[in-house]
Write a protein that binds this ligand. Structure first.
Ligand code: 5AD
Length: 442
């Protein structure tokens, strides 16, 4: 989904296009040849993904027109912020007031927001984050699809249910043909314009097969492809980029090197960061973040995670709870509650108010059935739907009882659209208004 309302190209400056959507101007990076001023295009994540005929564009724009403005009105009315006349501590109100004006906060101030406990302060924090989301990014909500192509993994992360050392899990590996038919269904039947291909670190997929699959997808479909294959090395990332992948989903899990070492035996945070930094330098859109509830993790760690994601110029922030495995291999995990996750999303929004897409993760939805709405009202503006074929979905058991795995895709889409409509969000990614997200220069 992410319906990608078509826009009209109004200016071209090298590879940067200015695109008009109902009078709003956005920029996008163009790699599609033969595009001229006056043409209509679809863009995703700041990338032009296809040209569309004028006829198709005008029909789609006509269908969306009234709804587009209606949704925006609903969103504006639900994201009003009034910081006066509350019983909230004056110091907290002062911090939120400055955040709401776009003034940068000090680390200690963001930390104090992560430590809020009383209900009224929490609600005010979430409202401030929602206000900032609306102010800078309006009501667009990214809806990406994710295809989980293999559950084989040579890595042995202690928190993960498909880690090499977990013997009890049933493994599967999709073929390239199966991935292509899942893509076909997602794009042609359901209209997804951005897909994530995720798998364990599976040598049968990482050794070039994933790149060839991306190439085959890009030859046939107008879709933005994110890959999430784990640590495939810098050469591997380059191969995937050359094949046409433009986004990388790779969490650093925790920014605390000691904690990272504990949960990833024999591995180092610096290797993970090198992948992310090199991917950023190549031009990848970065989706990253971490787990909340790791052993000994503090609020300082969580703040450092948010700031690391910002330093990595995350296009999308992905933070969710650690969900205990049936046979846990991690001991001493810390308690997580819905508010801790919501605080993380809200502080991420405050730390990166203008550009961030912030995801409500499936992990969070597994943890709290109402997470999607709560997250979207606390600064988040992205969701991912599982488009893995039904016969494999349940076996990608990175943690137990994952939300939505039993729902057919059509039901997932229906409930997502109805939630989004109710809170005035449009399942679109209209790109960026002020210049392009940095494509280089870490
Ligand atoms: N609980 C929550 N998230 C998990 N992941 C792996 N195991 C778990 C778990 N038990 C997440 C990791 C990884 C992503 C693919 O899944 O953060 O980056």
């Amino acid at each position: 989904m992410c319906y990608a309302i078509p826009g009209r190209v109004v200016a071209i400056d090298g590879k940067t296009l200015t695109i008009d959507y109902y009078g709003e101007k956005k920029k996008a990076y163009n790699e599609v040849s033969g595009i001229a001023v006056g043409n209509y295009v679809y863009a995703q994540g700041g990338y032009v993904i296809a040209r569309v005929s004028e006829e198709e564009a005008l029909t789609t724009l006509e269908i969306w027109k009234d709804l587009f403005f209606e949704l925006q009105d609903t969103d504006v009315s639900l994201s009003k912020l009034d910081l006066s006349g509350t019983g909230v501590d004056r110091r907290v109100v002062g911090i939120l007031d400055r955040a709401s004006q776009g003034l940068p906060l000090q680390d200690g101030e963001m930390l104090s927001l992560l430590r809020l406990k009383d209900r009224e302060s929490l609600e005010l924090l979430y409202k401030t984050a929602n206000f900032l989301r609306q102010k800078h990014l309006s009501n667009s909500c990214c809806v990406h699809g994710i295809i989980e192509y293999t559950s084989y993994c040579t890595s042995d992360c202690l928190y993960c249910g498909i880690a090499a050392g977990v013997r009890s899990v049933k493994r599967y590996r999709m073929s390239r043909g199966e991935v292509l038919s899942a893509v076909d269904e997602a794009v042609n039947t359901y209209g997804f314009k951005a897909l994530v291909l995720q798998g364990g670190e599976d040598p049968q997929w990482d050794g070039g097969e994933l790149a060839e699959t991306v190439r085959a997808i890009k030859e046939k479909y107008a879709v933005l492809i994110f890959v999430s294959p784990g640590e495939v090395g810098i050469d591997g990332l380059q191969k995937l980029w050359d094949a046409g992948a433009r986004g990388l989903l790779m969490r650093f899990e925790t920014s605390n090197p000691e904690l990272y070492g504990k949960i990833h035996p024999g591995q180092q945070l610096s290797d993970r960061l090198l992948h992310l930094e090199e991917a950023l330098r190549m031009g990848y859109l970065i989706v990253t973040g971490g787990l909340i509830g790791l052993p000994g993790q503090t609020e300082e760690d969580i703040l450092a995670d948010i700031l690391l994601a910002r330093r990595l110029r995350a296009e999308m922030y992905s933070f969710g709870p650690y969900i205990p495995l049936p046979e846990p291999r991690l001991s001493g995990t810390s308690a997580v509650d819905t508010d801790l996750i919501l605080k993380t999303l809200a502080v991420a929004r405050i730390a990166d108010p203008e550009n961030a897409k912030i995801l409500v993760t499936t992990g969070f939805e597994t943890f709290d059935a109402g997470a999607r709405r709560k997250g979207l009202m606390a600064g988040a503006n992205s969701v991912m739907l599982n488009v893995t074929p039904g016969r494999y979905k349940e076996d990608y058991s990175i943690y137990p009882n994952r939300a939505h795995v039993k729902e057919p895709l059509s039901a997932q889409i229906e409930s997502t659209l109805s939630l989004l409509q109710g809170i005035g969000r449009a399942p679109t990614d209209l790109g960026v208004s002020e210049g392009l997200p940095s494509r280089s220069g870490f």
